[in-house]
Design a protein around this ligand. Structure first.
Ligand SMILES: NC(=O)C1=CN([C@@H]2O[C@H](COP(=O)(O)OP(=O)(O)OC[C@H]3O[C@@H](n4cnc5c(N)ncnc54)[C@H](OP(=O)(O)O)[C@@H]3O)[C@@H](O)[C@H]2O)[C@@H](O)CC1
Ligand SMILES: Nc1ncnc2c1ncn2[C@@H]1O[C@H](COP(=O)(O)OP(=O)(O)O)[C@@H](O)[C@H]1O
Ligand SMILES: [K+]
Length: 513
């Protein structure tokens, strides 16, 4: 599990260590890790960069201090290091250490405190690696001047350079929304982010995540002082522990039955895709409820699907259902109401999202994409649209979970899962090739199967804050993403191929357990 902590939690965890260690000891550890990554990047880039300069971009806080100490280590290793001071109050001890190690120091603000763009451009052009120590977790809101101007100038320069420099961010790319994952203004995009003590939420959710590059977490001993994470990301090992592996004494009813209300004469394929997702994930049985024509189509592909109602451990509702189709809408509403009354978990996709009552259960999963989430909240009196949700998916997933009392799985290039009890997870296991019609239906099936298989642990009030439900939703996103990547193999993929790749993904996850 990768755990991410907000700035305040990291600060609180640092406090006892700062009190008990020598002056700047933690900062030097952080700086050493930054220097190590710079050297690794230079090695990776090879001879082309070996003679090149390292440029330190130094702001006025401890983040700049990290960069200066790192520059000192690099200068002692024989590298050409230049520090561009973008502040009139650099960290004094770190600056002295950098100078005595041979770092060349340049002030790049004029007397009025504005960036000297030309001087900055010359320094930027000469350097193969930029170390971003402008701001870290101490920054509040979007970057102010002069740092906003410094970043804008550097981004302009980078765009004009034939050979882009490698940017190594200290702790977080400067300007990024560390806690909320937003991009509130100019941000210096990084290739590598060396982050101290623990990951930060903004490094694991979009749109900020996309500007952080490869994230390296440096252990500076905060572990025992950190509490509950603000956000987590499941790894393959975590998902393997959540997955349904049958045992010798199992039979189809002990493994879990999923009830599927999906597909319509307008969108018949959605039923096939959701059934495929569920069956390929592995469960006891799928019971399908839908129009005859759709049932025939499902049976052509999957004769093992059982038709008609009966006892189930979970429901998957809504894929390919038009809420304007009154008869089907009523069927979804009735089924959902019974599930809520009986404490049976359910995943609501597509058409079911707009049919959900105001309050749901923590074992109900809403699975919208950004546009659907905006509609869901708008129907509950909020004035939002898709662009708002895409700019702050973490905040919107949390808000929707709090508003509905359900777990919310917000789909996108990174999938954010928020539970009403506060658990938040984010998964980025897929490929952009998944952006094709029908893959969401497959995901609903995969998640439905996981809810059915773990139905006993979720039944009637057993997951009151939605924490397990949220983990299963995140696990479904990981399995779906990996299946997409595996099936695509670097090229196009269809939704049914994604489902067909799921057994291989499940087998690989279980084999590594
Ligand atoms: N403590 C330690 O020993 C350890 C600390 N560590 C490191 O310290 C970092 C935290 O350091 P920090 O608390 O000094 O804050 P930091 O991120 O440098 O920002 C403050 C500077 O930014 C400025 N600024 C603020 N907001 C701004 C804005 N919107 N736009 C523009 N400027 C803005 C602010 O200016 P001011 O508001 O004072 O005018 C001030 O100059 C952390 O990320 C990690 O790298 C680790 O090495 C572990 C050991
Ligand atoms: N750019 C992307 N990168 C990775 N995964 C994506 C991307 N775009 C969409 N996906 C994934 O593909 C699926 C699309 O689901 P959805 O929007 O419901 O499509 P549909 O309704 O056509 O089935 C989701 O699981 C989503 O996370
Ligand atoms: K930084």
């Amino acid at each position: 599990m990768i755990r991410a902590y907000e700035a305040e939690a990291v600060r609180a965890a640092e406090a006892p260590l700062l009190a008990s260690t020598a002056t700047d000891e933690l900062m030097k550890q952080a700086a050493f890790a930054v220097a190590t990554e710079v050297l690794r990047e230079l090695r990776r880039l090879g001879a082309r960069r070996s003679g090149s300069t390292v440029l330190l971009l130094v702001g006025g806080g401890n983040n700049g201090g990290d960069a200066l100490y790192a520059g000192g280590y690099l200068a002692r290793r024989g590298l050409q290091v230049v520090a561009a001071l973008c502040t009139d109050r650099p960290h004094e001890r770190a600056l002295a250490a950098a100078r005595s190690a041979g770092v060349h120091v340049r002030e790049v603000l004029d007397d009025a405190g504005r960036p000297r763009r030309e001087e900055l451009a010359v320094l930027a052009d000469r350097a193969g690696v930029w170390v971003d120590g402008l701001t870290g977790i101490g920054a509040r809101g979007g970057l102010r001047e002069p740092l906003a101007g410094v970043v804008a100038a550097l981004e302009d320069r980078r765009a004009a350079m034939p050979d882009e420099p490698t940017v190594v961010a200290v702790d977080v790319p400067s300007g990024l929304g560390t806690d909320d994952g937003t991009v509130p203004g100019p941000v210096l995009r990084a290739d590598v982010t060396v982050t101290m003590g623990a990951a930060k939420p903004g490094l694991l959710v979009r749109p900020a995540e996309a500007l952080a590059g490869r994230v390296v977490v440096v252990d500076i001993g905060l572990g025992p002082h950190l509490g509950e994470p603000a956000l987590s990301r499941l790894t393959a090992a975590d998902v393997a522990d959540l997955l349904p592996a049958p045992v010798a004494t199992d039979h189809k009813y002990t493994r879990g039955v999923l009830g599927l209300v999906a597909g319509s004469t307008t969108y018949p394929g959605a039923a096939v895709l959701a059934a495929a997702g569920a069956l390929r994930t592995g469960l006891g049985m799928v019971r399908y409820l839908g129009p005859d024509a759709v049932t025939r189509l499902v049976h052509e592909r999957f004769p093992e699907v059982v038709v008609g109602s009966g006892r189930v451990q979970a429901w998957a509702l809504g894929s390919g259902i038009d809420p304007a189709d009154d008869a089907r809408a009523e069927e979804v509403r009735d089924t959902l109401q019974r599930a809520l009354d009986d404490g049976v978990p359910a995943v609501l996709d597509a058409g079911a999202l707009s049919l959900a009552p105001d309050r749901l259960a923590p074992t109900t999963v809403l699975a919208p994409h950004a546009g659907e989430l905006a509609r869901l909240l708008s129907a509950r009196g909020e004035d939002t649209d898709r662009a708002d949700v895409e700019a702050a998916p973490l905040a919107f997933a949390r808000r929707a979970a709090a508003r509905t009392g359900a777990v919310v799985l917000l789909k996108g290039p990174t999938t954010v899962v928020a539970a009403p009890g506060g658990t938040v997870l984010s998964q980025a296991d897929g490929t952009p090739w998944l952006a094709t019609a029908g893959t969401g239906d497959v995901l609903a099936g995969i998640l439905g199967a996981l809810l059915a298989v773990r139905g006993e642990d979720l039944a009637a009030g057993r997951d009151p804050d939605g924490a397990l439900t949220a983990e299963l939703a995140a696990a479904a996103a990981l399995v779906h993403g990996r299946a997409g990547a595996r099936a695509a193999g670097g090229g196009p993929v269809t939704a049914l191929q994604v489902a067909d790749a799921v057994p291989g993904v499940v087998a690989a996850l279980l084999a590594d357990r």
